[in-house]
Design a binder for this molecule. Structure first.
Ligand SMILES: [Zn+2]
Length: 231
């Protein structure tokens, strides 16, 4: 109980994690967490560009260090750059100092590759804890989660499943979680066309916030991630 109260208090003292953005405009954000699947990054960007869509790519620091050319290409193609931490560690079990290190080291490496210091942070595995929030606050980054999980890392999730998971949960201000996989690259052209047909604009998270006219939305669902996933 005390732990729960401490958790609630710490969350109240920080900006809550962003899971969706309240808006009535038909705009959603795509997020792509990148620590593997490098070969599918370019096809995903091509699919986005073909439909005039954008996304936030949350890069692992170690990934950006290893693939500076791909990281730079994302920036040059007008994609938003966020941070997925440095080494994809289970940040929910780390203390504040280690969480700060995950964010700070990733910031250095991502900035070296792209010139961007990310202000949005997607914790590895979607793990949240008071230490994660405290570190994010100290490092001046906003924690971003999602409202629609494509679970596209499951090898049996076909492009059709990925597409229907998004369309079934579609609503203004939604944030969609994706990864660079062959299924996601294959799902995107059809999905983006369908979203356009339904009048939806597809952007990155920062653009979604701007579009909704709010820099620091409050009132998202709080609390711990309710299900484990490979975020
Ligand atoms: Zn991840």
């Amino acid at each position: 109980m005390l732990a729960l109260l401490a958790h609630l208090w710490l969350q109240a003292a920080h900006l809550p994690e962003l899971r969706e953005v309240p808006t009535t405009r038909p705009v959603i954000a795509l997020t792509v967490n990148v620590v593997w699947g490098s070969e599918y990054v370019q096809p995903i960007v091509a699919a986005l560009k073909a439909q005039g869509a954008h996304a936030t790519f949350f890069l692992g620091g170690q990934w950006a260090e290893k693939h500076p050319d791909l990281a730079r290409m994302l920036r040059q193609e007008g994609m938003e750059i966020g941070s997925h931490g440095d080494g994809h560690r289970h940040v929910g079990s780390l203390g504040v100092a280690d969480n700060v290190r995950e964010i700070a080291v990733a910031d250095e490496k991502i900035a070296r590759a792209t010139g961007v210091h990310p202000t949005l942070y997607a914790p590895a595995y979607g793990e949240l804890s008071p230490a994660v929030f405290e570190a994010a606050k100290q490092e001046g980054v906003r924690v971003v989660m999602w409202s629609i999980d494509t679970i596209d890392w499951r090898t049996w999730h076909t492009p059709d499943i990925i597409k229907s998971r998004v369309l079934a949960r579609l609503k203004p201000g939604a944030i969609v979680l994706m990864h660079p996989t062959d299924r996601t690259a294959a799902a995107l052209p059809g999905l983006l066309k369908e979203l356009k047909a339904r009048g939806y604009q597809v952007v990155g998270v920062q653009e979604l916030l701007r579009s909704a006219g709010r820099q620091a939305p409050a009132g998202e669902q709080g609390g711990m991630s309710r299900h484990r996933t490979i975020a």
